[in-house]
Design a binder for this molecule. Sequence first.
Ligand code: 0O2
Length: 220
Amino acid sequence: MVQLARRLRQDFDRIQMEHEFAIDEMLTKVSILRREFQHLHRYNPIEHVTSRVKSPSSTLKKAARLGIDPTPEAIRERIRDIAGVRITCSFIADTYRVLEALTSQTDVRVINVKDYIAEPKPNGYKSLHALIEIPVFLSTGAVNVAVELQVRTIAMDFWASLEHKIHYKYDGDVPAGLVTSLTAAARAAQILDEHMEQLHREVRGLDTDTVDDEMRVDEQ
Ligand code: 0O2
């Protein structure tokens, strides 16, 4: 019995570690993209990046909520958001560009993409989500590890983080008045995103010559 408990503990530690490595891999990919984009276009589309690995206790809680056996095999197969990476971009067009650049890499297998920007959730939540698998190379060989990627603008992220706090505070039962205010705030965030993107386009349009000159210098 003690041996079984020790084995389970080791298996869960390993699951945790594999997901931490997958996040390291993803953060390296994001950092490369960021630096290369800056080099090519003198512009960084990524404002900030955060990541988290679900703790074993919240993974087990989620398994219990979904009726999944608390075995390492079932957890690996059915809980796909143990590793999460959230990328915040300046503009809407950048969210699509960044997601495409990451999901088109040959070692990335895309399991599904949810476009909550084109089709926001009823409460106003907007973000791009992609569930992907990437290989992590261990001493025992490669394992494919799932990572949930979320890509959104600063305005969408601002809204989502407040909504998350409110949702948590009211344990999901948010008063109707607050729901209405959140919906209005989501609309305001969308308008801000559109204005900022328009302004950015105008400024980049004016900047084209300078950027081209700088790039020509790089190529010499
Ligand atoms: P946390 O603490 O951020 O990890 P599932 O992934 O199984 O829970 P679903 O609905 O298939 O369920 O996944 P989906 O739609 O891809 O959303 C998963 C994650 O997106 C959530 O993770 C949140 O991070 C975020 N999200 C989705 N909907 C909302 C929303 O309405 N408001 C906010 N603020 N965030 C949202 P977790 O595990 O719930 O939370």
